[in-house]
Design a binder for this molecule. Structure first.
Ligand SMILES: Cc1cc2nc3c(=O)[nH]c(=O)nc-3n(C[C@H](O)[C@H](O)[C@H](O)COP(=O)(O)O)c2cc1C
Ligand code: SF4
Ligand code: SF4
Length: 255
């Protein structure tokens, strides 16, 4: 089983590539949350993989909140691995993953990183196609190596923390501070009322009112799925829309 979360496709790409080679079942975290399924059972001998994006040098809040409620039952002889995709600095995401899952008695045999396009539009210009192509090619190359290692159940692969604990906590504080939905807005003149943003939000934060999205909860995980995947580029977050949108074209995104 490969548990994954993906807003713009990079993690879905990695999870799918591994699954193609190993035959592991793909399990979107978004579906488990939608169905309120918090018990994960991994059969004897089955792989247990987790593929997640890096958010502010660590794990996305959507995963951390899920793990608070989850139980993971490994039935024995399970190869466990973790993959973090990232854009510029993976920070301390792997040690965060180790400690979060250790609490649920999951110890990863190997942990990997794959550098793709950085979809954090408030900072990075996603209109630079040459840069995107080169970052995607890098991610694909990293993925190929990960697929081989997972297929051969290689153990002991890990990468060190990139930043100090102080910097890590500062990043996490900033994440908490800005993941309020009042940073989002919609240009009603551009919005075609397709409803995709509401349908795709992993946390059911968005509701359509008078044909346009309204962010109904105060906080979200800030995956930026609503922003990047709006067909009309009608959504803004923290005045980032000049930086354009991004989705990984190698994968179909979840509905
Ligand atoms: C809220 C947020 C925070 C992010 N923080 C980081 C970060 O600290 N370091 C980094 O290298 N990339 C960061 N990124 C970029 C993503 O980790 C990267 O683009 C990832 O591959 C996106 O995965 P997805 O396409 O599966 O959604 C961040 C993206 C978002 C939306
Ligand atoms: S995805 Fe974009 S166009 Fe569609 S309803 Fe949402 S804001 Fe409007
Ligand atoms: S509101 Fe947008 S950014 Fe927040 S969780 Fe939903 S899709 Fe992701």
């Amino acid at each position: 089983m490969i548990l994954y979360f993906s807003a713009t496709g990079n993690d879905k790409y990695v999870a799918k590539e591994i699954s193609k080679k190993t035959g592991d079942e793909l399990v979107p975290l978004r579906d488990l949350i939608r169905w309120s399924e918090y018990e994960i059972n991994v059969s004897s001998g089955e792989n247990f993989g987790v593929v997640m994006p890096t958010y502010f040098y660590g794990l996305p809040s959507i995963l951390l909140d899920f793990l608070e409620k989850a139980t993971i039952n490994l039935k024995g002889n399970n190869y466990c691995f973790f993959v973090a995709t990232y854009g510029r600095t993976y920070g301390n995401v792997l040690s965060s993953a180790k400690s979060a899952f250790r609490k649920l008695n999951v110890n990863f045999d190997s942990l990997f990183i794959a550098r793709f396009v950085d979809n954090w539009a408030p900072v990075f210009n996603l209109r630079d196609e040459a840069q995107n192509k080169s970052d995607e090619a890098n991610g694909e190359e990293n993925t190929l190596k990960i697929v081989r290692s997972v297929f051969h159940k290689k153990k002991g692969i890990d990468y060190p923390d990139e930043i100090s604990t102080d910097e890590f906590f500062k990043g996490r504080e900033y994440y908490e501070k800005i993941r309020h939905t009042n940073g989002f807005s919609v240009d009603v003149n551009k919005c075609s009322s397709c409803g995709l943003c509401a349908k795709q939000c992993p946390l059911g934060v968005i509701e359509m009112e008078d044909g346009h999205p309204v962010w109904k909860k105060d906080k979200c995980t800030l995956c930026l799925g609503c922003y990047h995947r709006c067909p009309e580029h009608a959504i803004d977050f923290m005045k980032c829309s000049d930086n354009g949108q991004y989705t990984n074209i190698k994968v179909g995104l979840d509905n």
